[in-house]
Structures are given as C-alpha cells and as structure tokens.
Design a protein around this ligand. Structure first.
Ligand code: ZN
Length: 138
C-alpha cells in the first residue's frame, strides 16, 4: 500500500474566508501516484474547517450570514471562552462546518460529485495555518 502525507499552508488576510483547495488536493494526488484509495483532508486547527460544497459566491455569502447568526463574533464578551482571546465564535463555526473530508480515489482521480469542491474554511485568520492531506491506496 502506498502512503502520502502533505501539509498545505494558508494565511487568510481577513478573520474569515473560504478557499477552494481542490486543485491543491489534486496536485497531492498526482504526487502520490495512488490510483485507487482514499484521501483524507483535515484542518489542523480548532478554528478552521475543511468541507465539501459548491464553489458559488452567493452560497459562500449565505454561509457567512448563517454562521454569524448562529455564533456572532460580536459582542466578544458574550462568550466564556473569550478570556484573553476573542475567537469563541470561530471554534463554534468550525464545529458546524466540520473538521475533515474523505474523498474516494478512482482511476487516479478525485471521485467527487458533479458540483462538489473541497474548501478550506477560515474563521480566525490573519495567521498561518495548516491543512493535512493524507492519501492511502494502491
Ligand atoms: Zn480559542
């Protein structure tokens, strides 16, 4: 069995943002040489997500509004976690958007649905953060 590991680094200049990382995961898959197997892709931070959905700007705007309704950033004093920091909302946003995705590899390709794309979701940015890509198979 082949095994491949890579860390992808991101530095989102704003507090929040979504990045389509599908091309970078595809590069990892090509480097791995795996034709049949699985790719795991997970955020290595508790204030960021990896998730799969549509690459459509209206939807991303809707996510932003929805997440701000569920866990508003302000006022930061509403959260008990915010003693010496201000990112309690980011932990909650990460929880609901998820930690990781697993995608099947078939004939050397990511076996995604028609509109499925892999995203990095940042909820407490302006610093360097990592995503792990782990690929196993033959
Ligand atoms: Zn925190």
């Amino acid at each position: 069995m082949k095994s491949y590991r890579k860390e992808l680094w991101f530095e989102v200049p704003a507090r929040r943002g979504f990045i389509n990382i599908t091309p970078r995961v595809r590069e990892c898959l090509e480097d791995s040489g795996v034709r049949e197997g699985l790719v795991l892709c997970n955020a290595m931070h508790i204030t960021a997500s990896v998730f799969i959905n549509d690459d459509e700007s209206g939807l991303h705007h809707d996510y932003e509004r929805w997440l701000e309704k569920l866990a508003p950033h302000e006022p930061v004093s509403q959260y008990r976690h915010n003693v010496g920091e201000d990112n309690a909302d980011a932990h909650m946003k990460r929880q609901i958007m998820g930690r990781e995705v697993v995608v099947a590899i078939t004939e050397g390709q990511l076996d995604l649905g028609t509109w499925e794309q892999i995203f990095y979701g940042e909820f407490d940015g302006r610093r360097k953060k990592r995503v792990l890509v782990k690929i196993i198979g033959e």
